[in-house]
Design a protein. Structure first.
Length: 364
């Protein structure tokens, strides 16, 4: 009901009571701006005294009440009653909150500023000192620094820093957090970055996948035909990120690692999986088994695949035929090519690059 309708309801039925009508006209409320009105919050407006007096003057038969003084003449001006509407603004949890004005004495502000400046200076010196000790001894000598950290100390410090990075990445991991996916028009070439020499294709004919550490206590051996027939195939186009600084968007197909875990469940105390390739070669062409440690939470991620196809075609030797690991939430060095063995364990297994001082988690 708008203000005009309210005024019509309050007018007396007898048109002869012009004094009361003029008085009621003077008490009309100002119309609120539609943008400021809040229909969900009722505004309670107390009835002005002058309106109550006008209502008492009108008896049930329409004649003025004799106990009430006559209404003011037309030349008497009754000041309008201005009612300020009350607006209530509902703010959500993530909406921007209004700024809070904090008043502080200048002396206290100066003291706080000094303390913060001193704390920043101490932190900057500590960081510079720690970073400086990691520089080569010759560089430190040229800078006038005579004492430095030995290789063992530097390795310990770097390992500590890597471990903190791993712990932060592991804490931020979520089974529901997906890496971005792309369309086929966004696919880019992915190069062969085999660790060492690309092996000869002769191993493919006798290839089998061995799974150890199962709840059954048995060891299972599967060929590529069994894997393809038993498990449904999933496709995804994701970004492959190499630790060397390059990346590529590639189209992969294969079975989910999570489906393999359900079909061949590991023992109950297992927390880790070791993924190994026995056909890997070093730069001289000699056997150099490649292996990585992968936590079971990452192995069961919805986007972790045991890939069998690339770009809609069976994997080539360069891309790890006939089966390779694809973990989009990890760096490329975790994506083992030509997998030959999967082993579940309770303790974290050895990792190929971690034994040389590199990070073992390698999350992105």
């Amino acid at each position: 009901m708008n203000n005009e309708e309210k005024g019509n309801l309050l007018e007396p039925e007898d048109s002869s009571s012009t004094g009361a009508a003029s008085k009621l006209e003077a008490t009309k409320l100002p119309q609120a701006d539609p943008e400021d009105a809040n229909p969900s919050v009722p505004t309670v407006i107390e009835k002005p005294e002058v309106v109550e007096a006008a209502e008492q003057q009108v008896a049930s038969d329409g004649s003025p009440s004799p106990s009430v003084e006559p209404a003011p003449q037309a030349d008497e001006v009754v000041p309008p009653i201005v009612v300020k509407p009350v607006f209530v603004k509902h703010q959500g949890f993530f909406q921007e909150q209004s700024l809070t004005v904090v008043e502080m004495a200048p002396r206290i502000m100066r003291n706080r500023t000094r303390r913060e400046l001193v704390a920043f200076g101490i932190g900057a010196v500590a960081v510079a000192t720690g970073a400086g000790y990691l520089l080569p001894q010759n560089t430190l000598s040229r800078l006038g620094v005579r004492r430095g950290m030995n290789s063992r100390g530097k390795e310990w410090l770097l390992n500590k820093a890597l471990r903190v990075d791993d712990e932060v990445a592991e804490a931020l991991y979520s089974h529901n957090r997906m890496v971005p996916t792309y369309t086929k028009s966004q696919i880019t070439p992915i190069k062969n970055n085999y660790n060492g020499v690309t092996p000869d294709a002769g191993y493919i004919s006798g290839w089998k996948l061995t799974i150890d550490g199962l709840a059954s206590g048995l060891s299972v051996s599967l060929d590529i035909r069994t894997l393809m027939n038993r498990f449904s195939v999933r496709e995804e186009i994701t970004r492959f990120v190499c630790v060397e600084g390059w990346s590529a968007i590639a189209w992969w197909s294969g079975l989910r690692f999570e489906d393999l875990l359900r079909a061949y469940p590991p023992k109950s105390q297992a927390n880790w999986v070791r993924v190994e390739s026995s056909v890997n070669l070093d730069n001289s062409g000699n056997p150099d088994p490649y292996f990585v440690a992968l936590d079971l939470a990452t192995a069961s991620h919805p986007q972790t695949l045991l890939a069998t196809h690339h770009d809609g075609q069976p994997l080539t030797v360069e891309h790890g035929a006939p089966l390779r690991l694809l973990v989009p939430v990890k760096l490329g060095l975790k994506n083992v090519k030509a997998i030959t063995r999967i082993t579940y364990s309770a303790e974290e297994p050895r990792d190929y690059w971690a034994q040389y001082g590199y990070s073992s988690y390698d999350g992105i």
